[in-house]
Design a protein around this ligand. Structure first.
Ligand SMILES: [Zn+2]
Length: 288
């Protein structure tokens, strides 16, 4: 396996202070403390078991809510907006999930080139393996290729720590070999992550990123609606999510994400916003 190179540390990347080190979130700490206290107290106060059970179920309910809430920071750091310095520079991060796709990715790359825009592509490892030339092309055109797991399993949020590590490291290795640069960011399939994910990411290291707004372009066949979701209150510092894999198609058979991007890019320019990749927004590349 290719050993990931450590990215250049910088204030915005959030990786510099956590390389190899993991600090549990308050929610995880509180949950661990509560469960330990309940286990210790149960033999001493066995008649109180219904109360203990209720507390245990309440704890599970909070953790489940955190798993199913993609923009939550309850389970660890979660980048949902760019930093104040990127916001001050009028930057917006464009991100595409679930590719690469031989039909959609080339069209998106051409559109980005036409408007001088850059983006981050959160690729699925086994698709990157199948379409290695596309991953090379994404990187050659100056975009970043990030990690979106190897198989994009619907059960990703149920994985054990070992399974999470294998899944993410395998994608990391495949993408680094094709793009020439190890991914620096990770996004979980469907945005669902469990309490074991953050220590795995800290060890690799990868930074977890979700989004400020998304268009639901995998489910919606109306480009106007997807565009409206992305541009409502659009502002510098936003992280926008579209898909170059699994995009829905319009009634004419065109991928919704391609149609939306062709309208979104001129709108960004008209508002004085500049579309960049996540490493550019973090100041990790000279282009930023
Ligand atoms: Zn996905």
């Amino acid at each position: 396996m290719i050993r990931p190179q450590l990215p250049t540390p910088d204030r915005d990347s959030g990786l510099a202070h956590r390389m190899g080190r993991w600090r549990p979130s308050r929610t995880v700490l509180l949950s661990a403390w509560l469960n330990g206290a309940l286990l210790s107290a149960l033999p001493l106060f066995p008649k109180l078991w219904p109360w203990f059970l209720a507390l245990c179920l309440a704890d599970q309910a909070v953790l489940t809510l955190a798993v199913l809430w993609p923009r939550s920071s309850l389970l660890g750091p979660n980048l949902v907006r760019l930093s104040p310095s990127a916001t001050g520079r009028g930057l917006v991060a464009l991100t595409f999930d679930d590719g690469p796709d031989p039909q959609i990715t080339p069209a998106i790359l051409d559109l980005l080139d036409a408007y001088g825009a850059k983006a981050s592509f959160f690729c699925i490892g086994n698709r990157a393996e199948r379409h290695a030339g596309l991953v090379e092309e994404i990187a050659r055109r100056g975009h970043s290729v990030e990690n979106h797991s190897f198989r994009h399993s619907n059960l990703f949020a149920c994985y054990s720590p070992g399974a999470l590590r294998r899944e993410i490291e395998r994608a990391q290795s495949v993408i680094a070999a094709r793009s020439g640069t190890p991914p620096r960011f990770f996004r979980a399939p469907m945005g669902f992550r469990n309490p074991f994910l953050d220590p795995v990411l800290a060890r690799i290291p990868l930074r977890y990123v979700s989004w400020t707004r998304r268009g639901f372009d995998t489910a919606c066949r109306e480009p106007e609606i997807v565009l409206r979701r992305l541009t409502r209150n659009l502002a510098a510092g936003d992280i926008l999510l579209l898909h170059d894999g699994s995009s829905a198609c319009t009634v004419e058979g065109e991928p919704v994400s391609v149609r939306v991007l062709s309208a979104l890019l001129p709108l960004l320019g008209a508002q004085g916003l500049r579309a960049v990749s996540l490493p550019m927004a973090m100041g990790n590349t000279p282009d930023a």
